[in-house]
Write a protein that binds this ligand. Sequence first.
Ligand code: TYM
Length: 332
Amino acid sequence: RPRVLSGIQPTADSFHLGNYLGALRQWVRMQDTHETFYMVVDLHAITVEQDPKVLRQRTRVSAAQLLALGVDPERSALFVQSQVPEHAQLSWVLECLTGFGEASRMTQFKDKAAKQGTDHASVGLFTYPVLMAADILIYQADAVPVGEDQRQHLELTRNLAQRFNQRFGKTFTVPEPHIVQGTAKIYDLQDPAVKMSKSASSPNGIIELLEDPKRSAKKIRSAVTDTGREVKFDRENKAGVSNLLSIYSALTDRTIPDLEAAYEGKGYGDLKKDLAEVLVDWVTPIQERVQSYLDDVAELDKILARGAEKARAVSARTLERVFDRVGFLPPA
Ligand code: TYM
């Protein structure tokens, strides 16, 4: 079976609908066809200032959400990044192969550093994409399910794999991004020109999986749309309606043309009302499952420990080979 690796940051109280539709939905599906490694990337989370108590809580809530959404710990290695030390160890080696200019060109770093001011942005934020490359390469992953915003990081990962292989002999699988058109970029409900993101300007623009479903329904009903009437997919002229159609289509597995036909002669209000209902019906049982995982933290931690063990069986082997290739002495 081809291998898959992906990760998500525990940097908010809840995942949002963009995370789910852009990435996590694929994580769950790929369990049927791939050998899967999924993790909560707490090492990445400390690249920005954080509170230790909050981080620990969010890491567990993140894991609980992944389980509730359908990541199956029997079929997948589900783990927390910091519990697998090989990620950080490989990252150092890859940092030494990454050009300063190359890392400086990462747009997500540039955006975040610009927001914080370069004096405040950490070196960890700068090397973040290299750690991400290590995450992927240490499992010899063939495919990486992510949203569109991670494409450049995947490109860097491929370059680093190829560079290492060229210099030291074939060691790493060169991974392919798995980016599903249609849901690769879910947009902000209040500003459909920008992606749905935790750092949104208005909380009404993002649907959080763990917020009160009534609140989510309200956000859908008050999503920004154009002044027209016709329910048609048209990214250029009807960005808001198109975004709602993408979400609707993904949550129901109905095609966009099918939805357009169903709403012929009806208005945006009908579309929003129905989508709000679909969303509430989908998210309510998920919230219940999240809560039941959080009710037994000891069991949750055990699941994660088992996941880390599975992950280390692979990551330790790759790291040993890498250390040998670069000329380190055998383990003492
Ligand atoms: P993160 O935690 O920001 O987001 C998790 C996943 O959600 C996707 N995503 C979206 N997809 C569609 N529309 C949106 N509006 C949207 N917002 C977020 C992201 O593309 C991502 O797939 N650097 C990564 C975490 C990471 C990782 C890895 C991923 C660390 N190591 C190794 C893959 C492999 C990140 O910050 O994702």
